[in-house]
Design a binder for this molecule. Sequence first.
Ligand code: MRU
Length: 346
Amino acid sequence: MSIVALRWLDPPAGPAIELLDQTRLPVSETALTCTTVPSLVDAIRRLVVRGAPLLGIAGAYGVALAAARGDDVTAAAQALAQARPTAVNLGWGARRALGAYLRAAADPDQEVQRGAARAALREARSIADADEQACAQMAELGLALVPAGARILTHCNTGSLVTAGEGTAFGLVLAAHRAGLLTMCWIDETRPLLQGSRLTAYEAGRAGLPHKVLADSAAASLMAAGQVDLVVVGADRITADGSVANKVGTYGLAVLARHHQVPFVVVAPVSTIDFGTADGASIPIEQRPPEEITHLAGQRLAPAGSDAYNPAFDVTPPGLITAIVTESGVIQPVTRGNLRVLSPET
Ligand code: MRU
């Protein structure tokens, strides 16, 4: 059974957004119900709900929640968009639902005006539906890049916990498994919050994939031993020049992949491409609390007084990326010109 990470609750249970609390996986499958936008913003910051495509969906449903409650919808969209800075989908989803709401609210027909909250909800649903379809299309297109018997290394978590479908990078791994092409899925544990060992291994186990978790720092020797045929990751933001912001550690993997001549593929929907940002250096990188490094599960690991450097993401330059797989096509080689084909303004 596929995982449902986010669900809209209509009255009488709602209006509310039910989230599968990802901070508690895999130990417990616990739902968290958000009945207000501030509670959803808090859930986003704590990574109860996370991953770029799902953040876009959460942002849109958050605006629908504010509209259904009669709250200030513009202020809600702004609060949601600012909850985390790097994943471009979050602000994009909130703005799409806000636009649908404002257009309906400004309509001369009073019936349409009265339906403005429903218009925001319809927009959120259509974003989720489109994301589900995008996952299927990316998996289908990406299969052409997977060799027979592939041993695929992935980082962070990119499956149905972070999309409305089967995932971005992980959706491709699943498709490879179903096509009989997958020998092994290597899962980086993904320090410091362990999205790989906690969440991707949970998804892989449920899907019956052959998989092994490794310490992030073991990826180098694994590649040197010739045990990796392909690296596949998702993205939080892709800039106009093809730079990719993704979970910290991705850039290191791309450098390793180049050194060992292993193809490095990014799988992400077009909604993750930010044509308004020129290059990787301009991407705002979220800095997370030092306790995520100095502590583990509430237990102090580093000596008291130790500070920490804790960027949540890093940026991989386009020259290290073999291909970017989107639902609208595969970009290879990754250049500004090739990417521009996907721009809504083209
Ligand atoms: O900090 P997180 O857990 O939200 O980071 C998520 C990632 O970096 C994912 O790899 C990315 O969003 C791609 S998701 C399909």
